[in-house]
Design a protein around this ligand. Structure first.
Ligand code: ZN
Length: 251
């Protein structure tokens, strides 16, 4: 099972990384990383720890739409608002328009909740996000947490929320920190930016007024990577019941 949840505790399905540049730029070897994590070895399918893989195409999205409607499966999707290429290209300018319509439609049917998975998913200072000639750049694909000021994190959270709400025409209430990396500034910035839910593998250790923490102990935390490589049928193994919820409907 991809996350800590077991079927006795799981209440939510969450699929991360839609529009995240990590699928193209987070590159390292998963085998003997110190020895084999150099370009171009880490691009080989058997060695690659994460990328490369493409976004789901229109056919994938239509299959996902039909699956979710057929089984009335409530799915929380974590979407990154802008692509961290040479510039921050907003979702609506590069993502499939058909996919955007499908997501909006499923949201209006209360089968999908759009969550923020950051503005760019990565450390967007300079060229840190790009693959290294040698070694892993995974830590550079964490947008929040240590080393980032409150104002930087607030700005990224607010812009992400605005882009997603404008694109999908739905309220975005849940924040999913990339890689579950965050700090106190992130939590306070998320509250100020208007988020009500915080979905992460890790609890912050203290409670905060104004935001509801949802641990991955209660969540099947998946990625669009599994859907790309195994198809929408991958969700079959997590469909013993139809009792999953959207994060915001659990408030
Ligand atoms: Zn992610």
């Amino acid at each position: 099972m991809p996350s800590h949840a077991s079927f006795s505790t799981v209440r939510f399905i969450r699929i991360d990384d839609f529009n995240a540049s990590a699928k193209h730029l987070e590159l390292y070897s998963r085998i003997f990383p110190r020895l084999l994590s150099f370009f171009p070895l880490y691009l080989m399918p058997r060695l690659s720890g994460w990328g490369l893989y493409p976004e789901l195409d229109d056919i994938d999205w239509m299959r996902l739409y039909e699956y979710v409607v057929k089984y009335h499966l409530c799915v929380n999707i974590a979407v990154t608002a802008a692509y961290a290429g040479l510039s921050k290209i907003p979702l609506s300018k590069r993502y499939s328009q058909s996919a955007i319509r499908i997501i909006s439609s499923l949201s209006s049917m209360s089968l999908v909740e759009v969550c923020s998975h950051g503005l760019t998913h990565c450390d967007d200072r300079g060229f840190r996000r790009f693959p290294k000639l040698f070694g892993s750049n995974r830590s550079q694909h964490r947008e929040f947490g240590h080393g980032f000021s409150y104002s930087h994190q607030f700005c990224n959270l607010k812009v992400s929320k605005n882009i997603l709400e404008d694109t999908f025409q739905v309220p975005v209430r849940t924040f999913v920190p990339p890689g579950s990396q965050y700090d106190q500034n992130t939590v306070e910035a998320a509250i100020s930016a208007g988020f009500c839910n915080f979905s992460s593998r890790l609890y912050p250790g203290i409670s905060y007024d104004g935001i509801n923490f949802i641990s991955d102990d209660y969540t099947l935390a998946l990625h669009d990577r599994e859907l790309f490589f195994e198809g929408v049928g991958y969700l079959d193994r997590f469909r013993p019941t139809s009792s999953y919820s959207l994060f915001s409907s659990s408030l």
